[in-house]
Write a protein that binds this ligand. Structure first.
Ligand code: DAH
Length: 372
């Protein structure tokens, strides 16, 4: 009896002193474990006479109960202490300055393409795309440049060594104009004889050319409108409206000069008035006024009847205008960059300086509608 009492007291003391969950578990095994002394003592009850059992059982059972209770309580206390300790150890100091995460930026060309898509969406233009690997029919022939046309030689075309299965030359498109052809063919297919078309086609184009203002890959945006009774006035208004919205100023002055492109008739080259401000060309103001000059900006014209025909449109019923602009050049003019090659060097310092945050306010202060 005294034996069990002192053993129990010793066990309770050990439990109270256990400094860790491991130490507590060791104590549990020694007492209530299969081979613990309490379990073994309980087993001896079975071989006792009823009288002996009645005498011995209460002490053993109360030892078991008090030890089990002490084990549970100590376990809960140790676990709570461990949690407290972990919480204290893992505290985050919110007052510490955060480590700046490296941030990407939107390339000026992407930014300008987005701006253009936004402006032309306001004017009801959809965005059309075409393949960068083209065949010579879409890139040249359907745009009224047959095999012998001298304009083909001016494009410094990158050709692939193999031809298409129909024997056409395969090339990297030299301009976005083939998207005109592809768009017309699809429109004419859905609606034989033609249907109104109003698209812009931004994308990469390729020419074997490289200096401060030319890179072998650059970006253009093509515009095409086909409808009944379309004339040069529509073209001029559209270009003026687009350039005012893009440069975010109302004093954009255009000059249309007669020119030649095989795919337009008549063809016009469009100049925009600009001023030199601190060695930088700033678009705006009349080219006729003092201190201003004209700069060539883009090519355009009324879609050549032969191009309409090759696109599946009846030129007796449909007219259209088209234009093509260099996107990189628009970006350089608007955001004041002077070396085109830097656009494609991928230098993070250049991108950090000229790139745009995707989270900033849109740079266009107003859409086309706000200026109309
Ligand atoms: N495709 C021409 C070029 O890359 C630019 C151009 C001129 C496009 C007149 C047009 C246009 O749509 O009408 O040089």
């Amino acid at each position: 009896m005294t034996d069990i009492t002192s053993q129990t007291e010793a066990a309770l003391a050990a439990i109270a002193a256990a400094a860790s969950l491991d130490a507590l578990e060791a104590e549990r095994l020694e007492t209530l474990g299969k081979k613990g002394w309490v379990s073994l003592a309980l087993k001896t009850l079975g071989s006792m006479t009823p009288e002996e059992r009645t005498a011995a059982a209460p002490a053993i059972q109360s030892a078991r109960a008090s030890i089990a209770e002490a084990l549970d309580a100590k376990k809960a206390a140790l676990e709570a202490a461990a949690l407290e300790e972990q919480l204290a150890r893992e505290t985050v100091d919110l007052t510490l300055p955060a480590v700046a995460a490296p941030k990407g930026s939107v390339h000026p060309v992407s930014q300008v393409m987005d701006e253009l898509a936004e402006i032309f969406a306001d004017l009801g233009f959809a965005v059309a795309t075409g393949p960068e690997i083209e065949d010579d029919w879409h890139n040249f022939t359907a745009l009224n440049m047959d095999e012998t046309h001298p304009a083909r030689a001016m494009h410094d075309t990158f050709y692939f060594p193999d031809k298409t299965t129909e024997g056409k030359d395969v090339l990297l498109r030299t301009h976005t104009s083939p998207v005109q052809v592809r768009t017309m063919l699809v429109a004419a297919q859905t609606s034989p004889g033609g249907a109104p078309v109003r698209i812009i086609a931004p994308g990469r184009v390729y020419r074997s050319d490289s200096d401060a203002t030319h890179t072998p890959m650059f970006h253009q945006i093509e515009g095409l409108v086909i409808d009944r009774d379309i004339h040069l006035g529509h073209l001029k208004w559209t270009l003026e409206t687009f350039l005012k919205a893009f440069f975010e100023r109302d004093d954009i002055v255009l000059r249309l000069r007669p020119s030649y492109f095989p795919f337009t008739e008549p063809s016009v080259e469009v100049d925009v008035g600009y001023a030199n401000e601190n060695g930088r060309r700033v678009v705006g103001g009349s080219g006729d006024a003092q201190g201003h000059a004209w700069m060539e900006l883009l090519g355009s014209g009324m879609v050549n009847a032969r191009v309409l025909e090759m696109g599946g449109f009846d030129p007796g019923q449909w007219q259209g205008f088209a234009f093509g602009v260099g996107v990189d050049r628009l970006a350089m003019l608007k955001y004041g960059m002077n070396d085109l090659r830097a656009f494609f060097d991928g230098d993070p310092r250049w991108l950090a300086h000229y790139g745009f945050s995707p989270f900033d306010q849109p740079t266009l202060s107003a859409g086309v509608g706000a200026r109309a």
